[in-house]
Design a protein around this ligand. Structure first.
Ligand code: PGA
Length: 251
């Protein structure tokens, strides 16, 4: 059985005082029955990892370089994230793909580096509104999945986050049928490529405007193993009910 995962993506938000929110999230779920992950900005990684040490919350990065070390000014390697206390990293988020031109091939290289460093790789895919309206959603996400996920993986260490670009930070969410269609398709694609044992171990998260008010219905959708949450992961008041909804879905 796949263990459900509630992951928070803080994006470029938070300085030292944000650790209070992190501690509140950890304190609200001392015996969480789902996996909890918060991905703060890189500047907070080490302190965040210290702050949640001994709790159920794990800490992750938001990006890594594909190389382990070298002349890459401003970049951070997967092993550096691990050294700072991260146990996972988000890769290929649509904001990285849009702002930094990251391609599927680059995301795939980063994912390989992350897995080599012992991190869980959370690989993001998702269609734009124009692609959705043109009826290309399944083609787009399948191509991103094929190009962004490395070969030879341990499925338990790979997480796919389906995040429609148009749903991120907008308050818009796909219908439950649309989420199910994509997640079921992704599972079938993964089974076809990796075989069922590996594919059934890969967690599929939904991301894009997940809030306390819509979490429960999203978590009831087939092949939704949790969420990647942006804005609503910044405070315990918002994130905690999402965690609770996921625990209830896990049964
Ligand atoms: P949102 O962001 O929950 O604020 O829409 C999700 C994400 O970008 O991971």
């Amino acid at each position: 059985m796949r263990r459900k995962l509630a992951a928070g993506n803080w994006k470029m938000n938070g300085t030292g005082e944000a650790l209070t929110a992190l501690e509140a999230i950890a304190g609200a779920h001392p015996a969480a029955t789902v996996d909890l992950l918060i991905c703060p900005p890189a500047t907070l990684l080490y302190r965040a990892a210290q702050a949640v040490s001994g709790s159920r919350v794990r800490i992750g990065g938001q990006d890594c370089h594909a190389a382990n070390a070298g002349a890459h000014t401003g970049d951070i390697s997967a092993s550096m994230l691990a050294d700072a206390g991260a146990s996972a990293v988000i890769l290929g988020h649509s904001e990285r793909r849009a702002d930094h031109g990251e391609t599927d091939a680059q995301v795939c290289d980063k994912a390989r580096a992350a897995l080599d460093a012992g991190l869980i790789a959370i690989i993001c895919i998702g269609e734009t509104l124009a692609q959705r309206e043109a009826g290309q959603t399944l083609d787009v996400v399948c191509a991103q999945l094929a190009g962004s996920v490395p070969d030879g993986i341990d499925g338990s260490r790979v997480v796919i986050a389906y995040e429609p670009v148009w749903a991120i930070g907008t308050g818009l969410v796909p219908t439950l049928e649309q989420i199910a269609e994509v997640h079921d398709t992704l599972r079938q694609q993964l089974i076809g490529r990796f075989g069922s044992e590996t594919a059934e171990a890969i967690r599929l998260l939904y991301g894009g405007s997940v809030k306390p008010g819509n979490a429960a219905e999203i978590f009831a959708v087939s092949n939704v193993d949790g969420a990647l949450v942006g804005g609503a992961s910044l405070t315990a008041a918002d994130f905690s009910p999402i965690v609770t909804a996921l625990e209830q879905a896990a049964g």
